[in-house]
Each structure stands twice: as C-alpha cells, then as structure tokens.
Design a protein around this ligand. Structure first.
Ligand code: C2G
Length: 129
C-alpha cells in the first residue's frame, strides 16, 4: 500500500487543487491531505474566505482524498510522514526545493502548478464582480 501526503489551504477549491490532488493520488494507493487550519493560515499570513470546517468537508467530498489531517504548524510534516508511514510527499512546484529535507523520510515530488487559476485571483475577481 503506497501512501502519499500533501498539504495546503485549499481555499475556494478550484481546478488547480483538483489537478494536484488527482496527480498526487495517481502516485500511490492512498492520499492523505494535511489541511491548513485557520490559525495556521493566519501564521502563514494567508487570509482565507472559507473556514476550516467547510474546507474540510469539501476535501472529504473529493474522490482523490482518502484521509484528512489538520496542518497546524510548519514543523509537523516529518512526524506526520513517520506516523502515517508515508512513501511520497507531494507539493506543487511553487514550493520547489522547499521540502527537500523530507527526502530523508520519503520520496519528495513537486508537481507543476495549474496555470491561470488561484484562490487569490478568484478572490480578486469576486471583489471586482
Ligand atoms: N496548486 C496548483 N495549482 C494552482 C494552485 C495551487 O497545483 N493553480 C497547488 C499548490 O502548489 C499546492 C496545493 O495546490 O500544492 C494547495 O495550494 P494552496 O492551498 O495554495 O496551498 P498553500 O497555501 O501553498 O499551503 O505546508 C504547505 C502549505 O500548507 C501549502
């Protein structure tokens, strides 16, 4: 059983998120998502429109997601990988190289971001609209 993990905010769930989760899941048999809590997003300096409990329900409804865990700090990835016996850590390539230290614990894969879509752009479009 090959286990994959990825992390993110997944605010205003969009096709870029779906593409990432779809490709991450295709690398193994089970995909775990570490979903950033509202408090952690505040720490990340990221404002979200959709609260954690709603973002969690949306991700649980995604066919590619098998399990959800809260992401509440930068430091938990290593322990999450050990505790969940993760084989592959995946992130979009906007994070290229940032998590190479995890190669000690599992394979690290950066996947190409989906062009021309982001939660930020969607927020800006909504504001104008
Ligand atoms: N993503 C993508 N294409 C987009 C937008 C996002 O592939 N057009 C990917 C990102 O690269 C990331 C995932 O979707 O791998 C989730 O994106 P965000 O919710 O923006 O995640 P972020 O806020 O970067 O949080 O510890 C890691 C952080 O929690 C990542």
């Amino acid at each position: 059983m090959k286990k994959v993990i990825t992390y993110g905010t997944f605010d205003l769930f969009h096709v870029g998120h779906v593409n990432l989760l779809k490709r991450a899941k295709s690398l193994g048999d089970q995909l775990i998502v570490g979903l950033s809590t509202d408090e952690f997003n505040h720490q990340k300096g990221k404002t979200t429109l959709v609260p954690y409990n709603h973002r969690a329900e949306i991700l649980k409804a995604c066919r590619y997601v098998d399990q959800l865990i809260p992401e509440s700090n930068w430091e938990q990835k290593q322990q999450d990988i050990i505790d969940n016996q993760i084989d592959i850590f995946v992130m979009g390539d906007d994070w290229q190289g940032k998590f190479d230290f995890l190669k000690e614990y599992c394979q690290v894969v950066y996947l190409e971001r989906t062009e021309d879509i982001s939660s930020t752009a969607m927020k800006e479009a909504i504001e104008v609209f």
